[in-house]
Design a binder for this molecule. Structure first.
Ligand SMILES: *Cc1c(COP(=O)(O)O)cnc(C)c1O
Ligand code: SF4
Length: 322
């Protein structure tokens, strides 16, 4: 296993350990963090930079793929290391964090591009930064007139809820909108401590979203996802994206077929409230961006009318325009 540990560190928090209820062969939380032998099996289609961050990096720490928003990778470490991580080759203890100069350059890039309407803090995990460091970055972003929205992608409230202190939350109370997208894959990860952390973020005025990865053996069935999305929605967290896993090295044991993912999404439609449904997304390899993998419900017949399928699988005619 030492080869494994070199390429992607193993790190679990006490909070995560408490949510593990069985061996890695069967426990949905253990599988996310404890390496399995399959991790050594690297497929030819898998790559170091699966979603092409590098090709869209104008200055260190910034990924600018879409005109109106950028990723700003403010941290290179995480509270825990997920085995299926899409940036596993770019983060972790062996990688370099941004220097103060590099942070200034990245902020300068955002300042000088007036198309940038939203800045997404990511990493690594931005909530690993001290409240002081995080506050300084958000102060700078909020002072830029064209930046209207700040979004933070994080696993900390789930994996290390004690880090979500009042002091940290205070840095997130802003006049501009602050969205926090939580990374969570299974209802077993929602503990009383996690609920407290979410309440604190909400009290600070953050709007909470969730993103999950569709992981074989962890959450790849409608019942597990329904339970997760219901519990999140009831806690005031809007399920945003369900990601198809990216082609990161040694992650094939987590990837099922897109067809299966679409079947699960079809099962959830109708059975689960619309506000609890995320979009099922694929990040096209090599940097072409994200697209929804929504199952098709509409078929055109002879270029005139449509056949539309309802949530129970029955087909209906829908008239052409005139
Ligand atoms: C995922 C991603 C975003 C955010 O995409 P949304 O669809 O707005 O959530 C932005 N920039 C890059 C480079 C991304 O990979
Ligand atoms: S928290 Fe996110 S960036 Fe960190 S290891 Fe997990 S998936 Fe990767």
């Amino acid at each position: 296993m030492s080869k494994l540990l070199q390429s992607h560190a193993v790190r679990l928090t006490e909070a995560v350990k408490k949510t593990i209820k069985g061996p890695v062969s069967s426990d949905p939380v253990a599988k996310q963090y404890i390496p399995q032998d399959e991790e050594l099996h690297i497929l030819p289609v898998e790559r170091r930079d699966p979603i092409g961050d590098d090709t869209h990096t104008p200055v260190k720490g910034i990924v600018h793929r879409y005109p109106d928003r950028v990723l700003f990778k403010v941290a290179n470490v995480c509270a825990v290391y997920c085995r299926y991580c899409f940036r596993k080759e770019m983060i972790g203890p062996g990688t370099k964090t941004l220097s103060q100069n590099e942070i200034e350059t990245a902020l300068g890039y955002i300042r000088s591009h007036s198309d940038i309407w939203e800045v997404i803090l990511t990493g690594g995990d931005p909530l690993i930064l001290s409240p002081r460091q995080l506050s300084a970055i958000i102060d700078n972003l909020c002072a830029i007139e064209h930046v209207q929205v700040v979004r933070i992608h994080t696993r900390v409230p789930i994996a290390d809820p004690e880090r979500v202190t009042e002091e940290l939350c205070k840095t997130l109370t802003r006049d501009k909108a602050v969205y926090v997208a939580l990374h969570i894959n299974h209802a077993q990860e929602i503990t009383p401590e996690v609920k407290t952390a979410l309440k604190r973020l909400q009290k600070a005025g953050c709007i909470l979203l969730s993103q999950s990865v569709l992981l074989q053996g962890v959450n790849d069935n409608a019942n597990t996802l329904e339970d997760l999305f219901r519990k999140l929605t009831a806690l005031g967290v809007k399920p945003y994206y369900l990601h198809h896993p990216d082609l990161a090295p040694g992650t094939s044991h987590f990837r099922g077929s897109i067809k299966k993912g679409q079947r699960i999404m079809k099962e959830l439609l109708g059975r689960l409230s619309g506000i609890a449904q995320p979009a099922y997304m694929l990040d096209i390899p090599d940097g072409y961006g994200k697209v929804p993998l929504t199952p098709c419900y509409l078929n055109e017949i002879d270029g005139e009318a449509y056949i539309v399928e309802d949530y129970q699988g029955c087909q209906h005619h829908y008239p052409p325009k005139d």
